[in-house]
Unconditional design. Structure first.
Length: 90
């Protein structure tokens, strides 16, 4: 009878430990799911930021090209004006 009681108590302890283990496992699954969701959101945000950076780089390059063209035209006008204007040497 005493041996039976010991076995019963041991069985109850094992069942409690199993229950705690299953609860920890479920908690870890939920935390892992939250981490996956957060990772997906971050990847999505990163993709959006990369696309925005590419758009900004293209706009910057277009603006730079426009300014370089304007500078080239201005230089040609200045060169043309300096050739056409006679020197005022005395």
């Amino acid at each position: 009878m005493a041996e039976e009681a010991v076995l019963r108590r041991r069985n109850e302890e094992l069942e409690r430990e199993l229950k705690r283990s299953l609860e920890r496992e479920e908690k870890m699954k939920m935390e892992l799911q939250r981490a996956w969701d957060a990772e997906e959101r971050l990847c999505s945000q990163l993709g959006e930021l990369e696309a925005e950076a590419v758009d900004q780089a293209r706009a910057y390059r277009e603006r730079l090209d426009t300014l370089m063209q304007q500078l080239s035209v201005a230089q040609k006008i200045i060169e043309s004006a300096s050739v056409q204007t006679p020197s005022m040497d005395l």
